[in-house]
Design a binder for this molecule. Sequence first.
Ligand SMILES: NC(=O)C1=CN([C@@H]2O[C@H](COP(=O)(O)OP(=O)(O)OC[C@H]3O[C@@H](n4cnc5c(N)ncnc54)[C@H](OP(=O)(O)O)[C@@H]3O)[C@@H](O)[C@H]2O)C=CC1
Ligand SMILES: CCCCCCCCCCCCCCCC(=O)[C@@H](N)CO
Length: 327
Amino acid sequence: MADAYFFLFFLLPLLLLVVLYFLVKPRPVKIPIKNRHVFITGGSSGIGLSLAHRAAAEGARVSILARSLGKLEEARNAIRLVTGIEVAVFAADVRDFEAVKRAVDEAGPIDVLLLNHGVFVALELEKMELSEIKFTMDVNLMGTLNLIKAALPAMKNRKDPLPASIALVSSQAGQAGIYGYVAYSASKFGLRGLAEALQQEVIADNIHVSLIFPPDTDTPGLAEENRRKPELTKIIAASSGCMTAEKVAQKALDGIKSGSFIVSCNLEGIALSLATAGLSPQRSFLMAFVEVVAAGILRIVALGMQWTWYGSIEKYHSQRKGSTRSS
Ligand SMILES: NC(=O)C1=CN([C@@H]2O[C@H](COP(=O)(O)OP(=O)(O)OC[C@H]3O[C@@H](n4cnc5c(N)ncnc54)[C@H](OP(=O)(O)O)[C@@H]3O)[C@@H](O)[C@H]2O)C=CC1
Ligand SMILES: CCCCCCCCCCCCCCCC(=O)[C@@H](N)CO
């Protein structure tokens, strides 16, 4: 009996750890940001602004890009006030490849390309204009591809032997489809395929991809989104709470520096990432161990999550039916 326990709880896990240690690829990597060029899209507001503050405070040379020059200059002043550091600003729409290319060329070779720009409207697909749907895909997905296309040649040619990074800000709505986010989830799930494929193409150039998955985050963008958010979107998104932009920026930068492919921001996010590990690369054999051991149980947790969400959806519809009957 004691032998069986010894095998099950000691020998087997130990064997698994050893196997995973040799199995995980790409291998772990550390990406320094001090004295390196960090280029942040959407760096004038919310999470991007916090990322810019943090990167500057950690000694990086920071460039930020967004559409509104006014907001960019405000951000530059705010960062100078706190850190004494001057960030470079670039006004361009990520949908405009030529404008993006000019900005990236002017900014100079990038060591850490942080693609954080994004737009979001929470609304049922039926209520969304086709133009809004296209806008979401164009900014979140095509905008990201434009930036990568524009920046990659110089990133590959950099003289610096240190590893470089391309980090994409997705969303937990890019790990699980959420009511009200048909277009948005599509754009954010798209980033995952992009990231997985891109990592295989740029690994030989010592460029490492990170995918960041924040929950609801207190930003100007979220405040705007909340003004017309469906009740069910609020209920379902509440499963993961809300974080501050500073905290998300800290988690994101730590994840990038540690070379993690998948970067979660809170506890629910860790569970979500374990449950959706799929065929994403995992550089840490310890995290791979947790993924393997937790897989079965997390599928049950995920099904429980769906049970709750569909329960809310059923309740919402039955209440609505009740109220239309009585009115
Ligand atoms: N806040 C949240 O709840 C969550 C956000 N996220 C993601 O995090 C990222 C940042 O979100 P958040 O900080 O809330 O957003 P904000 O709306 O606060 O800021 C968005 C930033 O992106 C810029 N931007 C928007 N559209 C374009 C464009 N077409 N071209 C260039 N820049 C553009 C904005 O500047 P300007 O308007 O001047 O162009 C601004 O700097 C997004 O990708 C979002 O999807 C993920 C999970 C949760
Ligand atoms: C298996 C374990 C599961 C654990 C719980 C999972 C909870 C998932 C909740 C998803 C919330 C999505 C918020 C999207 C925020 C966002 O992107 C918008 N604010 C637009 O910016």
